[in-house]
Design a protein around this ligand. Sequence first.
Ligand SMILES: [Zn+2]
Length: 321
Amino acid sequence: MFALLLAAAALAAEMQADLHLDTPTQLYRKKLGLDAAGLEAGLTQLNEGGTNLAVMVLWPPRDSSWEAHVETLLATMEQEDARLDAVTLARSPEEARAIAVRGGVALIYSLEGAHGIDKSGVEGLRALHARGLALLGLTWSFSNRFAGSSGDDGGGLTADGRTLVADAQRLGVLIDLSHASKATTLDVCGTSKVPVLASHSDAAAVKAHARNLTDEEIACIAATGGVVGLNLHSTFLGTPAGVQKAADHVEHLRDVGGIGVVALGTDFDGLIKPPPDLLTSSHIGLLWAELRRRGWTEPAIQAVRGENFLRAWWVARSLAG
Ligand SMILES: [Zn+2]
């Protein structure tokens, strides 16, 4: 009985998920390990700030050979996973919890833009999924053959995009609508039968910006059971950027989409300009403290920290196939 109680306590380990970390790009550019100094979301900062589920982003820059670059970033992360006991690839929410219970950081992968599988299409998607891809961003800052981007307002989802979304959802891969045009976002979430995400976007009603989500988009994502990850880029937060403004976005997301829609997707190591009081992953606890000061309950904070994302991921995987 005592062992069972211990097991129950361990399963209740507090999860904190960050849905968008560009750390792989910094490791590649600066030739660093995940345990090196000088990162916004390296192993030290993740541990200090309590993040135990890290979505590591495979970002193919516009001027790169896209598919080769994705392979390079993924291989870099796989080397770190093999080298460091403290990080482990998680293929499911259950695995992520088990890794967190052991005191480790669970890693999952996200492709930031379907241009990263421009040539290989669904075969490329399957190959990445086999290596741990859990999130698929339809676009980055420019439209591609699958979908329109908010960066150039290139329309909505294309016929190729519809096929890709269906293929991804059959694999249990979550569709990520950050960077997508409004038309793409509403096309996808208006028809999706599984949760969809915007991993690193803020609320346009708090700070007007093409990368932020209108209330219509937030409500649409919430209706799928999906989540919106709070981005900590000062430009998206608005003035003065800081923990107060971040909490304002969180409360707006909650007011529009309900508590179940709010998550965290900081964009650390993605060349963002972080607020002066939230400079790295180490400082995330200040946001939870601010929500507590505003009267948020612990279960509500826990939902934002990790449980909302884990629920969305679990549902998407459960309804896959
Ligand atoms: Zn981005």
